[in-house]
Design a binder for this molecule. Sequence first.
Ligand SMILES: Nc1ncnc2c1ncn2[C@@H]1O[C@H](COP(=O)(O)OP(=O)(O)OP(=O)(O)O)[C@@H](O)[C@H]1O
Length: 597
Amino acid sequence: MATTPAPAQDRSVVRTLLRLWPYVRPVRARLFTAAFVAILASCVGLVIPLVLKWMVDGPVADRDPAGVWLGALFLLLLGFAEALLFGLRRWLVARPLSRVEASMRAALYRHLQRLPVSFHDRWASGQLLSRGTTDLMLLRMFLAFPLTFLLVNGVTILVGVIIMVLQDWTLGLVVLGPAVPLLVTCVIFEKRYATAARRAQDQVGDLTTVVEESVLGIRIVKGFGRHRSQARAFRELSRKLRGTELRKARLLATIWGVIVTLPEVAIGAALVVGVVQVADGELSAGTLVAFLSTALALRWPVESIGFLLAMTQEAATATERYFEVMDERAEETDPAPGAVPPDPEDRGLRFHDVTFRYPDAPPGSPPVLHHIDLHIRPGESMALVGTTGSGKTTLTALVPRLYEVTSGRITLDGVDITALPRQALRAKVAVAFEEPTLFSAAVGDNVLMGAGDTADPAALERALAVAQADFVHALPQGTDTQVGEQGLSLSGGQRQRIALARAVVGQPEFLVLDDPLSALDVHTEAAVEAALRQVLAGTTALIVAHRPSTVLLADRVALLSGGRIAAVGTHHELLRTHAEYAHLMSGAESERQEEVR
Ligand SMILES: Nc1ncnc2c1ncn2[C@@H]1O[C@H](COP(=O)(O)OP(=O)(O)OP(=O)(O)O)[C@@H](O)[C@H]1O
């Protein structure tokens, strides 16, 4: 499951949001201009009450129709200017903000590609998906609205309050009365909403994981009739999410209620006090009209603060979730400093006293691999044999540095693999796993992924021939045929052969094969083996094998038992001298005979 740390209670929203600055920086000019334009638009709106005051105390009191028309024309122009300026603000921000969202998404994707396999072991893919989609959308919305409007509304309220106090300070005080209770409510609301927002966004991630798993595993779900339990799990998670969303809605409704009611009551009170003052002749009707229309013009900026704060909280949570992934350490691409200098005498692939424990294994648990010493000489192929769970896959994963050794060293031709840049290492070592993953692309492209930039059609043909994957030519568009997500339109054995072709296409110096022929029928396996033998003649190879036929491909065999190398020798030697090996192979042999029969 995903690591979804509990929300930090004492986080600072501002400090969290400031982390977005590097992404916002390139569009800062546009954003600041847009904010300035929005402030201008709001201030234009605040001039309207002053025009009204002039109209009521002037042309209306003097019964001057020409003056009223002039005032109306002014109002119309001000309205137009306000609308135009708000339109301009939108135009200014729309494009740059979608660029910010795209660049953050690209950075996240790039980072995910560079994070070690151990990170992906820990995190559910749905959590990563939701961070790259929903959370980034929330951030774009925050940059488009709350970021600008919290500032714009703040300035508008300040200017409006100054105008009101200048009109009549007693009425001003009446309207300002609710400011303190409003502020207190906002602070309490903000804290509670932060917790609910974090929970909701994590739950969206969990829900995405369930959907993704059941879509990818649809065959298992159907095959085992698990659709009801999957649907139940989905319903349970969406019920939880609904509960959290309702809590958010309730919190929002409460704050909205307070934010709307208090100012309305204050405006009502100001109306009563103002009317009394006008009746007593202490205040002109025009001033009261101007005062009240300013107060009404401030209603929206004040009321919107509730949901602007809510969106800001969600954005802070989204930022936190985004950086939880971005802060994870990516694999170093450059060689590690201080590695042991290369030993030119030490050729081939060599494990020197390698011990390995999975990074996410419970503390104190025994290592999966103990003090492995193994030397595969240049051009030699070595089979790795062992009972299930003995650590074979783990050992092979250490060579391309999918995981880092806990202690000890692995060397390729005397060079410590940590002293090689990762790209150079992975160009030297090709891998094929038992569970072949194909990408949504043409078959040919899937194979050529293994060849770096030096790919050519002849290499593709050669690799397909070695892997006995000529069947691709019979596909509707030959090597250009698109294979679906995970290559589901191909059989298991066909996918394995394409993955094998991918491993051999780059003619790597070192080949690591994790039981790559397990899904093939005996005849195809024999044909692949015959072709592989030619490839293996010049390549140093480590091949995980379960069947004697695959073992026979190799020059020597290493027996892995309980995470230790129990014996190394030729197949026939070990059959004679090692009971565990003989037992393993006889089981495999009888299974094999069953299969042939
Ligand atoms: N990502 C992981 N985190 C923690 N432990 C793991 C992880 N992957 C595998 N293990 C554990 O490491 C041990 C060795 O697993 P490994 O897959 O290397 O065995 P194997 O010999 O390849 O087995 P098989 O023949 O069934 O493929 C197992 O006990 C397994 O539970």
